[in-house]
Design a protein around this ligand. Structure first.
Ligand SMILES: C[S@@+](CC[C@H](N)C(=O)[O-])C[C@H]1O[C@@H](n2cnc3c(N)ncnc32)[C@H](O)[C@@H]1O
Length: 250
């Protein structure tokens, strides 16, 4: 069986992408010349689940993937934002909760408080389950909400971190403005990413649009009142990753 595209104009764009990517079809194992559209459909499906995991087989697989693949990014983001024992710390788009668990260990003073936000109900419930004792004690608060509208008071957060999250925001400026609003003057935000992997996924149309470009996010941060916005290459054992830093100027 071949998944050949006929003359339908709606398929022409996917057909072109398929040729650009030189992918082999997962369904029929045909070569690019057969013009199969399955890779594009598959990429879009994966992208949707990465950006908003749902309670489904695909969402469950994505949560396993995140736990295995992103531990390094999550743990390094926590380290790089220099959490102090009495800080109020916020993670955006926490997913299954690896970074939250890592940050909670550093908040050893009674006033230290950890907040997480994620707009996937599935991820919110999964992280709530993993952290149920800390949530019950009041040390951790998890909100099921959009980064662009967080139920947090102005200027209350010392440190913000996030991994693999901003690429999915429809409006980077809106997200950055909201982060700036909740941060204390001089507060530090760190996001970690593996740029090579992100660019590879973007080329396969897994990422929606162009917001994955670090330059786009850094420009939105500067426009929203952050200063000292920069990206640095980092190394963790054999893994290269990038860290974007921004300081809230108020
Ligand atoms: C690719 S997952 C990354 C999860 C985790 N940070 C990691 O690196 O393993 C992206 C997460 O960000 C969340 N997310 C994406 N856009 C969001 C938004 N606008 N507001 C809140 N959460 C968002 C998704 O629901 C998902 O849990």
């Amino acid at each position: 069986m071949t998944h050949t595209v006929q003359s339908s104009s709606s398929y022409k764009q996917e057909d072109k992408v398929y040729h650009q990517l030189q992918l082999q079809c997962h369904q029929c194992r045909t070569e690019p010349q057969t013009r199969c559209v399955y890779p594009v459909m598959w990429a879009e499906k994966v992208g949707k689940q990465l950006g908003h995991p749902t309670r489904s087989v695909a969402g469950w697989l994505v949560s396993k993937f995140l736990n295995i693949r992103n531990r390094v990014l999550e743990e390094n983001a926590v380290q790089l934002c220099g959490i102090q024992p009495g800080d109020t710390v916020l993670e955006l788009g926490h997913g299954p909760g690896l970074g939250l668990q890592s940050a909670a260990k550093l908040l050893t003073e009674p006033v230290g408080h950890l907040i997480g936000v994620d707009y996937s109900e599935f991820m919110h419930q999964m992280a709530s389950e993993h952290m149920k004792e800390l949530v019950a004690s009041g040390k951790v608060t998890l909100h099921h909400c959009d980064v662009a509208a967080m139920p947090l008071a102005d200027s209350t957060v010392d440190k913000v971190f996030h991994c693999n999250c901003y690429y999915f925001w429809p409006d980077l400026r809106e997200g950055a403005t909201e982060i700036h609003r909740v941060m204390k003057p001089g507060g530090l935000m760190v996001t970690t990413l593996r740029l090579f992997n992100v660019a590879t996924m973007a080329a396969k149309q897994v990422m929606p649009g162009e917001n994955w470009h670090p330059e786009a996010y850094m420009a939105a941060l500067r426009d929203s009142g952050f200063t000292d916005v920069r990206m640095e290459d980092k190394q963790h054992k054999h893994i290269t990753f990038q860290a974007i830093y921004a300081t809230a100027l108020k």
